[in-house]
Design a protein. Structure first.
Lengths: 109, 122
């Protein structure tokens, strides 16, 4: 049972902008940085955003992250068909002494 | 290119032991933590633990401590995830991933292995 809560699904049309929320608490998002992963089922998950809002090289600037208090968000602009995947937020939890992942959000285009 | 390549799918019976592997290449193996993440069928990602191959220090999620063992062989740049006695509930896909980031608690996983499907059934 994850301590980071995400909406189960978000849908959008090609070219649209969508956002995925990630709600946590003071022991995880409140005190530590948030990271986001994209996962196409059957393949290796891929890092999209690290340290709240940093994009690894090769990740398009259509993907952006933000954090405020105990919540974080991932925005995808110019939605494309290949963005259809599962998305997970993640952070360290000081209380659990563990890396925790969000519940996951399925994006449908 | 940094790459993690995992061993192939496994089908086991309850009570069997199992060791799956993750071979790293393209970076300094001994200087980076490597973790394991479980994904049960139809479920999300769960961090299990990680190991620092340089000194074999392993840290486990409280949810998995005592259930699994993580080890490393620096001679072949490979990390292992091991069970002594599998249960049907261990059926899942297991991913290895390199931990990145200097701060103890502000780090992330990149890249990830392709996953190893473990099926435990009588």
């Amino acid at each position: 049972q994850s301590v980071l809560t995400q909406p189960p699904s978000v849908s959008g049309t090609p070219g649209q902008r969508i956002t995925i929320s990630c709600s946590g608490s003071g022991s995880n998002i409140g005190d530590n940085t948030v990271h986001w992963y994209q996962h196409h089922p059957g393949t290796a998950p891929k890092l999209l955003i690290y340290n709240n809002d940093q994009r690894p090289s090769g990740i398009p600037d259509r993907f952006s992250g933000s954090k405020s208090g105990t919540s974080a968000s991932l925005a995808i602009s110019g939605l494309q068909s290949e963005d259809e995947a599962d998305y997970y937020c993640a952070a360290w939890d000081d209380g659990l002494n563990a890396h925790v992942f969000g519940t996951g959000t399925k994006v449908t285009v | 290119e940094v790459q993690l390549v995992q061993s192939g799918p496994e089908v086991k019976k309850p009570g069997d032991s199992l060791k799956i592997s993750c071979k790293a290449s393209g970076y300094s193996f001994t200087n980076n933590w490597i973790g394991w993440v479980r994904q049960m069928p139809g479920k999300g990602l769960e961090w299990m633990g990680y190991i620092y191959p340089g000194d074999s220090e392993a840290r486990y999620s409280p949810s998995f401590a005592g259930q699994i063992s993580i080890s490393a062989d620096t001679s072949i740049n490979t990390v292992y995830l091991q069970w002594r006695s599998l249960k049907a509930s261990d059926t899942a896909t297991y991913y290895c991933a390199r931990r990145v980031g200097a701060a103890r608690h502000n780090n992330w996983f990149d890249p990830w292995g392709q996953g190893t499907l473990v099926t435990v059934s009588s």
